[in-house]
Design a protein around this ligand. Structure first.
Ligand SMILES: Cc1cc2nc3c(=O)[nH]c(=O)nc-3n(C[C@H](O)[C@H](O)[C@H](O)COP(=O)(O)OP(=O)(O)OC[C@H]3O[C@@H](n4cnc5c(N)ncnc54)[C@H](O)[C@@H]3O)c2cc1C
Length: 562
């Protein structure tokens, strides 16, 4: 069997290695148009930021490894330029010699990835404007930082004692995860960074209030974030620096511009071959990663996948799904009956020592789909036992089915322990678990790592309490008609309070019940919801109609942006 694989990075390289492990006799040809195979594009922003100092650290495996360890005919600078499904051939162009050859296949795997969105804006091709997709892209940015603008070039040549260095400015266009990773790494390199984002939030998969936390955090670390504004044009100044003009008429000086406007599936070859393209613009594949042609498979950023939670077709450009899909395609080619279960977009971004992570569906996605069988909780548990040094709060939102408690999604931000909590919920979602199961799950614990009641258990307990009716809940957007009772201590009110709320600290509540109305719904507020829960339980058992205001003042701050 002769298998040709187009694309030699995440999906292509994984597919080649897996196929060889399953089939010692298959003849495997992997072609990659770039100079490297199997490199870590996820590490590129950190190479620009000098966290990963050496470029070679990004090169996970090379052509020799593929040839010697996997007996794969691995060709770099070799581009697939056409496919004939009828003849089962691929046309290849050697980019060094320009020679074109035709290679036959029994099975073909397409893993060409995605192309960066690059709108035809005036000035977009000016020197100093870069995208970040490949090792040469990162190298070019590093070289530009070191000697790109005339000012920086002057610095390079200058041999005297320099004490004053004017700030360097960078504009990152796009507030997705690659844009924000680049922003952080350019701050590391000494730039004053502006992120320009057309949407009204950064990190579009997050719900708005979580996007707001991230924006505030970026601004706290000196990154200027301009939301709801698209780039109109780029202009160059006489000194070689750039000016980025937005549609609102704002302009930002820039020694460097990074384009991170998102990606589109690279379906050029697939379209030429007449393969079915789906509604989101990716190659349509079945659960075996087979395209509309039974002998052609496609994996990675180029395909549309079923969202595991919503069942909708979606485009998820992430390395994990690309690797798993590649393995499945190899399995199926080798005769195993593997299937891809869909993806839920589990992601994480590191920003200035904090982590932002999410999995599954967001509330806004479910809302847009008209799904009303949805409940959510906001909690702020410590990353590990509060009495052990270094505990940091985690802001967590967990979304679940109101009817049966099935987990649908989660988002979290914090400086410690975010990754493992979102990973645990991701796994729970994959296993079809409910919030009742989170309540019961047994997790490892000692004070430096967690709590006897881990944030995951805590999320399960709160959400289950809501569904069982033990903890009736009101969200901040639905408090108008209630009697607001704030059970925090007086000193806490000085920091922030809700106008019109009556304050009875939790410790005084039982002796002051006669001050509360019996004919109105009492909505109980505290800092995070914990004391409000205790107060609500007390009130309910004393015959009051009481509810916890979800997430207390911490959620109020996030939701109102104060
Ligand atoms: C800067 C950056 C940071 C990222 N960080 C993360 C992260 O932290 N976590 C995460 O999950 N994902 C991350 N990703 C996304 C992740 O890298 C991709 O989802 C993944 O690489 C997709 O794998 P793929 O095989 O589909 O495409 P790619 O890995 O992009 O490989 C496609 C390859 O195909 C080659 N090719 C295309 N057309 C042809 C042709 N006609 N002939 C020959 N070769 C061709 C291309 O040159 C390319 O090298 C990041 C991506 C970038 C760019």
């Amino acid at each position: 069997m002769r298998v040709i694989i187009v694309g030699g990075v995440a999906g292509g390289a994984s597919c080649a290695a897996r196929l060889r492990r399953l089939d010692e006799r298959a003849e495997i040809l992997m072609v990659e148009r770039g100079p490297y195979v199997s490199y870590a594009n996820c590490g590129l922003p950190y190479h620009v930021g000098d966290v990963i100092e050496r470029e070679t650290s990004l090169l996970v495996a090379n052509e020799t490894v593929f040839r010697e360890h996997f007996a794969v005919d691995c060709r770099t600078r070799c581009e697939a330029i056409g496919i004939s499904p009828k003849d089962k051939t691929v046309e290849l162009r050697d980019l060094t010699t320009a020679e074109v050859t035709t290679e036959p296949y029994d099975k073909l795997v397409l893993s060409p990835g995605a192309t960066s969105v690059r709108p035809p804006l005036p000035g977009i091709d000016l020197p100093g404007i870069f995208q970040v997709r490949t090792v040469p892209d990162a190298r070019a940015i590093r070289e530009w930082i070191e000697r790109g603008t005339s000012f920086l070039a002057g610095m390079e040549r200058y041999s005297g004692f320099q004490t004053v260095r004017p700030p360097m400015h960078a504009v990152v266009v796009g507030g997705g995860f690659i844009g924000l990773e680049m922003a952080e790494n350019l701050v590391r390199r000494g730039f004053e960074v502006t992120v320009v984002e057309m949407l009204d939030q950064v990190l579009a998969p997050l719900d708005q209030e979580y996007g707001r936390i991230v924006k505030d955090f970026l601004e706290h670390h000196g990154v200027h974030v301009a939301l709801g504004d698209g780039v109109d044009r780029f202009e160059s100044s006489e000194d070689g620096s750039l000016e980025v003009w937005t549609r609102s008429g704002a302009s930002y000086p820039a020694d460097l511009v990074i384009l991170a406007l998102g990606v589109r599936p690279d379906t050029t070859l697939a379209e030429m071959a007449g393969l079915e393209i789906g509604e989101r613009g990716g190659i349509r594949v079945d659960e075996h990663m087979r395209t509309s042609d039974p002998d052609i498979f496609a994996v990675g950023d180029v395909v549309e996948v079923k969202d595991f939670v919503t069942g909708q077709w979606s485009l998820i450009a992430l390395a994990g799904p690309a690797n798993r899909q590649a393995r499945i395609a190899a399995d199926v080619i080798a005769g195993c009956d593997s299937t891809f279960r869909g993806t839920q977009g589990t992601s994480i971004v590191e920003l200035f020592g904090a982590a932002v992570a999410w999995t599954g569906a967001s509330e806004k996605t479910l809302e847009a789909l008209g799904d009303t069988d949805v409940e959510k909780i906001y909690i702020y548990p410590n990353s590990h036992a509060g009495y052990y040094p270094g505990a940091r709060p985690i802001a967590m939102k967990v979304i679940f089915r109101r009817s049966d408690g099935r987990l649908l999604g989660a988002q979290a931000v914090g400086e410690d322990g975010v990754d493992k909590r979102i990973d645990q919920i991701a796994l729970a979602i994959q296993l079809g678990a409910t919030v009742y199961e989170l309540e019961q799950v047994e997790l490892c614990y000692s004070p430096p790592f967690g709590s006897a009641k881990d944030p995951i258990n805590f999320a399960g307990m709160v959400a289950s309490g809501v569904l069982r009716g033990d903890m009736p809940l009101r969200h901040w957007d639905a408090i108008e008609d209630g009697f607001l009772l704030d059970v925090r201590e007086k000193a806490e009110l000085a920091v922030e309070h809700v106008p019109g709320a009556v304050n009875i600290p939790l410790g005084e509540l039982r002796s002051r019940l006669d001050e509360l109305p019996r004919d109105r719904e009492i909505l109980v507020i505290c800092r995070s919801g914990q004391r409000a829960y205790t107060a609500t339980r007390c009130l309910l058992q004393n015959g009051f109609d009481a509810k916890v205001v979800s997430g207390g003042m911490l959620s109020h701050a996030i939701l109102s942006g104060t």
